[in-house]
Design a protein around this ligand. Sequence first.
Ligand SMILES: Cc1cc2nc3c(=O)[nH]c(=O)nc-3n(C[C@H](O)[C@H](O)[C@H](O)COP(=O)(O)OP(=O)(O)OC[C@H]3O[C@@H](n4cnc5c(N)ncnc54)[C@H](O)[C@@H]3O)c2cc1C
Length: 341
Amino acid sequence: MKIIDEFDRRSYRNVWTVSECAGGDIHPVSYELLGKARELAAAGGCEVWTVVLGSGFSEHLDALYAYGADVIVAVDDARMRAFNDELECHVLERLVEKYRPEIVLCAATSRGRALIPRLASRIHTGLTADCTGLAIDPDSGNLLQTRPAFGGNIMATIKCTDYRPQMATVRPKVMPMPSPEPGRTGRLIRESILASDTLNIKEILQTVERREPTVNLSEARIIVAGGRAMKGPDGFRLLEAFAKQLGGAVGASRAAVDNGWIAYPHQIGQTGATVQTDVYIACGISGQIQHLVGMQSCKTIVAIDIDDTTPMMKLADVSVKGDLFEIIPELIKELNKGGSL
Ligand SMILES: Cc1cc2nc3c(=O)[nH]c(=O)nc-3n(C[C@H](O)[C@H](O)[C@H](O)COP(=O)(O)OP(=O)(O)OC[C@H]3O[C@@H](n4cnc5c(N)ncnc54)[C@H](O)[C@@H]3O)c2cc1C
């Protein structure tokens, strides 16, 4: 909504997050968003509100307060058991018009990506997708929304100066998980679905249970990732054996995925998954910026490469120069003997 004057600008208050609810559970990224929202609200001197649209999530409300919500706006309705982007968008539009948030943050999950651009378009405001940094401009109070642009070659900081709310999405695992404060409480506002929300929109007749993904990189503590140097599917079988010994998962660069050596859900980077593991072992991955944006927040990075001048070898906490086809079998042998890395 375009800001008409200073009075209008000031009528928008508070930082909102959209908490994602599926089957009564709250997606962990919702807590990551609350952590960032707390920082922004502290800088802007306002409250953190979170909106939960779904069904049967009441047991999780305490957790939302504990992770940072001052106010929860809850719409708990069986018609929202399955995700319906049109219905959620209508309800959110009404809530935004009623409460006038200054900032709205949403997860860049498949649900968030379906919902939030639709909302931004309906309420005529800007949206910055896949932000990696969010801060309040101390001079203007605007939200500074930073994200990779032009294929990851520059980091762009975007402002939405003349429209409200300012809207941004953030991918899971990009913002750190805040520490919860057990016992923290706040206000609860219950809202309902109105007849006008359901007028002329699609109805979900049947839902099909999701098949388990082949790999869940976001939950892995250790990832062994391979790049173009793996040379083919056999190279990835070597990495699978290595990852299995370590209790980790296998990741890949886009070069490996594009070559068809491993499936897309394993891809890490700008156009793949973002991960934040305890240990990330990059095997023959040069570390182009599009790969780094997906893994640079991992706690300990190990790189194996024949060339010690690559960006990945420079970024790594431990860089091992050498041929991975000699090094990895030796490591597997050591682990088989009961050794550790
Ligand atoms: C819009 C856009 C989006 C992109 N998104 C992504 C993304 O999400 N994820 C991603 O990964 N890429 C992405 N890319 C591609 C990215 O720019 C790089 O091309 C890609 O990451 C390179 O993959 P790589 O490191 O495996 O290959 P290379 O850059 O070719 O590196 C291979 C490395 O292996 C080393 N090596 C070779 N043989 C051996 C050996 N025997 N032992 C040890 N080391 C060896 C080499 O020295 C080299 O450092 C994107 C590009 C664009 C333009």
